[in-house]
Ligand binder design. Structure first.
Ligand code: G4P
Length: 525
């Protein structure tokens, strides 16, 4: 197969959800259908367990195990599918944001009883920024949930995307009977007994036929009514609108019961986009270009003190990546080659000789990489689209051991390169500020500074609301703002000016007072 054919058959995506909606269960069922695993439980056992929320070491250990499932590749209907795993724990949301830069589409899982939840919203905002195509899977239909029309309204209103149901539930909760596939005109009946297999579907092209009554009993009337409304209100799936992020096909099912998953996977295979082009600062890079390029979107450190290596995850954007071939590390301006690039197939990883656009390669790293780094065959390009997002928690970090100042500085530099947290320096007093999405990272940083760098730190609380990156058409307006707000100004790791708003009120007041300035909650706009 040539490069172009290889690219066309790849589908690289992530499953995202608010914790507990069923992301792990659905991922596992997709792998089961794809034949990548043969028993349920393989992914589940790698999941960060909820019971461990306060024990960050336990979580880090589990994260270590989950490196193997960071990317799960498998073949299905002649397609090469790459599922990128995202951490289930909310404190690692920033990892998830970055993983979203490396995918071509996503599947969003929503709990039928809970509807759209806060984390769903945040993740979808990131998808919308990039116009990532989204498919929605409404899960747990075997439990009492909200009315399906209300759920669709909720998705449209809160996630700002038009919906097009592909399947429709027959009953719900204890009375859940199955789903009707609008695309195929077929009914699939639900049995909760056999979790590893799926009942055959029954083709019912005429909704008024007696067969529908025979199969769904007292639900037939309601189903007919529902489908009439659905067909009148919602347009059919429009592949173009889906691929530009304007329309989301919706599926109903129960991942735990293997129900509605094969409909989802089959439809996904048909419409999900192949590897896309990526914007670099210098130009657009197309996957079929012969020369290799890719960027690092995730770095995973080994917590074992005897093995200090890290794995950098590289998304291939163009050309073929080959083992032992020298590639150009654009930021460092030097050539590197990799003897053991790794690919991840479901539950095992293996050294590969070649990878194509859309694939993710794991590279063993001794400290050369930071998030966002680009590898090429010599061209000076830097991929865009790995922004920092405003952290939600901030603390001053202080050196607790004066003679180990250098170790602390190095540790903070490297840990923030890995993306564990963000580092800012206050412009008024030169003090270092760490910003994170979750409280857990503060413990992770202190522990790792001590064990990996021999440095110790202490934190001082500070109450900040948001970090805002600033933009203005007039330099003088920006300079004026910085002068007046000097005590709230900081610099991020790339040397950009950041306004540290103390409260929502302070931010609104500044926005009103300085209409010539645009306040961004991400570093790239
Ligand atoms: P997450 O990765 O999004 O956090 O969710 P996960 O798949 O772990 O699912 C969260 C809980 O919801 C699990 O139960 C899981 O079994 C359950 N679940 C997932 N899909 C369905 C479904 O279709 N129907 C029903 N009724 N439940 C579902 P748990 O008790 O927290 O974990 P476990 O003991 O089952 O592993």
């Amino acid at each position: 197969m040539n490069l172009e054919q290889e690219i066309r058959r790849r589908r690289t995506f992530a499953v995202i959800a608010h914790p507990d909606a069923g992301k792990t269960t659905l991922t596992e069922k997709l792998l089961l259908f794809g034949g990548a695993i043969h028993v349920a439980g393989a992914v589940k056992s790698n999941k960060i367990r909820k019971t461990a929320t306060s024990d960050f070491m336990e979580i880090e250990k589990q994260r270590g195990i989950s490196v193997a499932t960071s990317v799960m590749g498998f073949e299905y209907r002649h397609r090469k599918i790459n599922i990128l795993d995202t951490p289930g724990h909310q404190d690692f949301a920033e990892d998830t944001y970055r993983t979203l830069t490396a995918v071509d589409s996503v599947i969003v899982v929503i709990d039928a009883a809970k509807g759209v939840e806060p984390q769903t919203l945040k993740l979808m905002n990131v998808c919308r920024m990039r116009r990532t195509p989204v498919i929605v899977f409404i899960n747990k239909m075997d439990r009492e949930g909200q009315d399906p029309f209300d759920l669709l309204d909720d998705v449209e209103r809160q996630l700002h995307v038009n919906v097009s149901p592909v399947t429709w539930p027959v009953g719900g909760g204890a009375a859940f009977k199955g789903v009707y596939n609008l695309r195929e005109g077929s009914l699939r009946l639900f049995t909760s007994q056999e979790k590893q297999t799926v009942a055959e579907s029954i083709r019912i092209s005429d909704l008024h036929s007696d067969e529908l009554d025979r199969q769904t009993g007292k639900h037939a009337g309601k189903l007919r009514e529902d489908l009439e409304v659905v067909q009148g209100v919602y347009p059919p799936v429009d592949t173009e609108a889906y691929r530009t992020g304007q329309q989301a096909p919706v599926f109903f099912g129960s991942a735990l019961n293997n129900f509605g998953v094969s409909e989802l996977l089959d439809h996904f295979i048909d419409i999900a986009p192949a590897p896309k082009s990526f914007e670099a600062e210098e130009r657009t890079v197309h996957p079929e270009e012969p020369k290799m390029s890719g960027f690092v979107f995730k770095i995973h450190a080994n917590m074992d003190p005897n093995h200090r290596d890290r794995i950098a995850f590289l998304r291939i954007c163009s050309g073929a990546f080959r083992r032992n071939v020298p590639y150009f590390h654009v930021r460092l301006g030097k050539s590197l080659k990799f003897a053991n690039p790794t690919s991840f197939m479901a539950d095992k990883k293996s050294v590969i000789d070649e990878a194509c656009p859309g694939d993710i390669v794991g590279i063993y790293d001794t400290g050369n990489f930071k998030i966002g780094d680009t590898l090429t065959e010599g061209e000076q390009i830097r991929f865009k689209g790995i922004p920092s997002f405003s952290p939600e928690l901030f603390r001053y970090v202080e050196n607790a051991d004066p003679i180990r100042y250098k170790q602390l500085a190095k540790g903070l530099e490297q840990l923030t390169d890995e993306g564990v947290a963000q580092l800012f320096v206050s412009q008024s007093n030169g003090r270092k500020i760490i910003g994170t999405v979750g409280a857990l990272q503060f413990d992770v940083i202190r522990y790792r500074l001590e064990h990996e760098y021999g440095a110790s730190c202490s934190y001082l609380p500070m109450s900040l609301y948001k970090a805002c990156w600033l933009e203005s058409d007039e330099k003088s307006v920006l300079d004026d703002f910085k002068r007046r707000k000097w005590q709230f100004m900081a610099t991020d790791k790339e040397g950009r000016d950041v306004f540290m708003a103390e409260s929502a009120h302070a931010l609104t007041a500044s926005q009103e007072k300085f209409p010539g300035i645009r306040f961004h909650f991400t570093s790239e706009f």
